[in-house]
Design a protein around this ligand. Sequence first.
Ligand code: SF4
Ligand code: SF4
Length: 438
Amino acid sequence: MSLPEKILKAGVVGAGGAGFPTHIKARSKVEFILANGAECEPLLHKDYEIMLKHPAEIVEGMKLMHAAVEAKKGYFGIKSKNAAAISAIQNELNGSDIEMSYLGDFYPSGDEYELVYNATKRLIPPKGLPLDVGCVVNNVETFLNIANAAKDIPVTEKFVCIAGAIREPSSFFVPVGTRFGDIIDFLGGSTANDFGIFDGGTMMGRLTFNLDEVVTKTTAGLILLPKEHYLIQRMDRNMQSMNRIGKSACDQCSYCTEFCPRYLLGYDVQPHKVMRSLEFSTTGEKVWNQYADLCCSCGLCSLYACPEDLYPREACDQGKDYMKENNIVFEQTKPLRVHPIKEGRKVPLKQLMKRMKLESYENPTPFRSDFPAPQKVKIKLKQHVGVPADPVVSEGDGVKKNDLIAEIQDGKLGANIHASIDGIITKIDKEFIIIEHR
Ligand code: SF4
Ligand code: SF4
């Protein structure tokens, strides 16, 4: 069986957040292969910990992929400050044509467009993919999953980092489908009486208060913060209220655009203009929303740049939805050229954390391996880009860890799903499968 077939069988998807099925990337032919170990979300150290603990498997997965896509060269994107991870990976690179691509401690150095530019000096065309400039990019954990897939081990665990207001900040593997509440209990609970959870980070993640939500193949980490924290207060607002505040308070200073990393790379993203769509809601949406189309939702404009504490990122998200719903396609006409001031406008992570009042939550999140198999897991049928997987088991069936429980039909974009614990299938519905250990 070829590597792409093994990856498809094992249900490997991008572990860094997007969940794009990896077998598609493994079938391409490119010049460069890149490992993303940048991890720039404040407080999360998942990539750092996994590189320290599993460097051999990560490099093995990268070498396998390197051969499959017939790349001429490989790059590891890691921040220079993570010296221990660099040395662990470097020890495994011997004799290969894989090099380090050192990154500064800025946000968002892990954005694919930034990473590709930093390593190759190539700019992905507007709305394009790394593939368009001869690159394939995978998160470091995805490479570990590729090495496992080559040995016929499917993806049933997710490496997560739990940080913020938690008694024992840590990084560890948990079975896919584990409840957030079970993870928090295992770490001794929160240090706050009442707390919210940022699933995926405070910049690009999602705020939830639901402890029954579960880990998927793309869960990068959970950040707990007290309910009274500035970020929770700020994000726990509905969109109408964010828009109302923006409409009345945006003074069009354009700081949001001046700091936008995509704008500084040369893309025509202009959040201050998108904010105008709030002010000209019945006459200007079509015009102004177009400036949101190339936004990567990094959050820097809302959480760092705007002196009025407004929501330009959220306005861009709505702008992108509006364009999709109305079939409006934006074509960048201005030449793609890196802004001459780009290097001077980079935002240091420390400064960003200070602005977000997160400094006191910065702690090491050491690796541990003692997370017990939960009694019950709820495994989603769609944890990836594409269509949901179709169940191949029935209620009442007994399954063992690693058994296939849902598969993707031939020719469809998606990923297979496997049992993450031994047990009985107690419920199947159109969104998930529950397995209970009995
Ligand atoms: S930075 Fe804030 S106030 Fe200034 S244009 Fe952007 S959204 Fe408006
Ligand atoms: S979220 Fe804001 S700063 Fe980030 S890419 Fe979009 S417009 Fe630019």
